[in-house]
Design a protein around this ligand. Structure first.
Ligand SMILES: *Cc1c(COP(=O)(O)O)cnc(C)c1O
Length: 361
């Protein structure tokens, strides 16, 4: 048996020489952090790539979400969100002492079901925090309409959606604020890192203050925190940004190969029309949880480690005081599995994964 373990993802690393050149710069300037020249350059390149007016490169996506809430003056009340996401979406709401209100997901796109949002709105609702899960665009039009009618803010968790465009617009342009995560497991990474984007100057100015302790020189304006990213992270970002389009192209080919080999053996989430997709994950949906568990067992035996993204459905988190029932999300969470998928995966490994899987169903 092949002893090499295949995990759900493998971080892309740029050629070491490229990164070293930035290290040499850092050693020369002795500037390691606090909005240094490498970070400034990275922010500018990123802003151009995402086609947004304002962008802040921050330490991670979770803290970025928390700062987004603060920048919109939200420190209490209810935030409408999705139960089908990584726990950080919900924990950042709780950490800011707000209450997550879960709205079930659309069974096709697995994003928040926009048709069910209105019913969840109360007097306490402050914002909607949807997730473009697996990089699949939410129903941004409908969500914008609802937010406008009820005077709610929108923060998009775009942690999976780097490189995605929807209706010829970069996905980071929707809502009041969008959050990106550049963690090493994401499609584009800066080791650890994240960003907030907005097209609103007032919001951007506020983020600018909050991310560095709430002051500018000796003038203290508001309560802040430290969410500054370093020159080392920015350097990794600059290196990786050069490769992102090529990596997405490679992913597209592998994605199509999975599609072809698996045929219609599994249900898969649906990518809406007018999406330039980023092929960030390869989720498949089993008929039932039993079948999934059996498949995981046999894959593990073959040194293949897929992940149950996203399980459990977050409305069932044990530390929530109250929660909503979300039957679609609860059902799909039990049946969905992300197969190993990254630009460097070997074709022969991909074929092996499919072979092992197909024997099980
Ligand atoms: C990764 C992730 C986050 C958190 O980002 P970090 O940079 O790891 O803090 C938030 N939301 C979703 C959907 C994620 O996948």
């Amino acid at each position: 048996m092949n002893s090499k373990k295949i995990f759900v993802t493998k971080t892309f690393l740029p050629p070491l020489k490229k990164y070293q050149r930035y290290l040499e710069k850092i050693w020369k300037t002795n500037k390691l952090t606090n909005q240094g020249p490498i970070l400034k350059k990275f922010e500018e390149k990123l802003r151009n790539y995402l086609k947004v007016k304002y962008l802040h490169f921050l330490t991670n996506g979770t803290l970025a979400l928390q700062i987004a809430l603060r920048a919109l003056n939200i420190n209490e009340g209810e935030i409408i969100t999705t139960p089908f996401t990584y726990v950080a979406t919900v924990s950042s709401i709780l950490w800011e002492r707000c209450t997550p209100v879960f709205v079930d997901i659309n069974p096709e796109t697995l994003c928040i079901d926009a048709d069910k949002i209105e019913k969840a709105i109360t007097k306490k609702t402050k914002a909607i925090l949807p997730v473009h899960v697996f990089g699949i665009p939410c129903d941004v039009k409908k969500i914008a309409e609802i937010a406008k009618n009820y005077h709610l803010k929108i923060i998009y968790d775009a942690a999976h959606a780097f490189g995605v465009e929807y209706k010829e617009k970069n996905i980071f342009n929707f809502g009041d604020i969008s959050m990106g995560s550049f963690h090493a497991t994401k499609i584009f990474h800066t080791i650890e890192g994240g960003c907030l984007t907005t097209n609103n100057k007032e919001i951007s100015d506020k983020i600018e203050l909050i991310k560095r302790f709430g002051h500018n020189q000796n003038n203290h304006y508001m309560l802040g925190i430290n969410a500054k990213a370093s020159e080392f992270q920015a350097a990794m970002g600059l290196c990786n940004l050069e490769y992102i389009e090529k990596l997405i192209e490679k992913r597209k080919k592998l994605y199509e190969m999975y599609n072809q080999l698996l045929g219609d053996s599994f249900q898969k989430p649906k990518i809406p029309k007018s999406t330039k997709y980023n092929f960030s994950y390869y989720p498949i949906i089993f008929k039932n949880e039993n079948q999934l568990l059996k498949a995981v067992k046999i894959l593990n035996k073959n040194n293949i480690y897929p992940r149950r993204y996203f399980y459990p459905s977050l409305n069932t988190l044990p530390y929530l005081k109250n929660s909503q029932k979300c039957s679609v999300s609860e059902d799909i969470s039990k049946r969905i599995l992300c197969l190993p998928f990254y630009e460097g995966i070997w074709k022969k490994d991909l074929i092996k994964i499919v072979k092992v899987l197909m024997k099980q169903i």
